[in-house]
Design a protein around this ligand. Structure first.
Ligand SMILES: [Zn+2]
Ligand SMILES: [Zn+2]
Length: 160
């Protein structure tokens, strides 16, 4: 039978192990791994914001000077760093390695219960705590992350 790699790449496959398959010690280890990852991501975001705030006025005021090409190059570099950084610092679940900021899959990110995934036109919902797992028009999530939506492992005690 012919393989369909392009189809397999886009198809979602849930992790083999879920929270119930890990020991308490393993789960504690996951939380310890997740904490510094959150901190790294925040440091990166802050650094990037400062860079942007510093460079934007320079960029603007250099428009009619010989430095203009230099600032365009700087600006493009910052954008490139941002794109690379958002991939490198993407928050991933230490247990299943899937992105923590993903769309709702199996578990409720707020209570770890069974979630009902949303679709293009309707929001996801939690069957356990009843929380509507919606995003804003701009795509910002309106839920807090405590549990991994893929495997249900508790990622952090302080919701992010
Ligand atoms: Zn819930
Ligand atoms: Zn996970």
């Amino acid at each position: 039978m012919a393989e369909r790699p392009s189809f397999e790449l886009t198809k979602y496959s849930p992790p083999e192990k879920t929270a119930a398959d890990y020991s308490e010690a393993e789960k504690e280890g996951f939380r310890q791994l997740f904490k510094p990852a959150v901190a790294r991501g925040q440091t990166f975001n802050n650094t990037f914001l400062i860079l942007l705030v510093v460079c934007l006025p320079l960029f603007f005021f250099s428009r009619h000077t010989a430095f203009y090409p230099l600032f365009i190059a700087t600006f493009i570099s910052i954008i490139a760093v941002m794109i690379v950084g958002s991939i490198v610092f993407q928050l991933r679940c230490p247990a299943c390695k899937k992105p923590a900021e993903d769309t709702i899959r199996t578990f409720c990110p707020e209570c770890g219960g069974k979630a009902i995934p949303g679709g293009l036109l309707y929001a996801g919902e939690c069957a356990s705590c009843g929380k509507k797992l919606r995003r804003t028009v701009k795509g910002r999530r309106l839920w807090k992350i405590k549990y991994c939506t893929h495997c249900g492992v508790l990622l952090t005690d302080t919701s992010i």
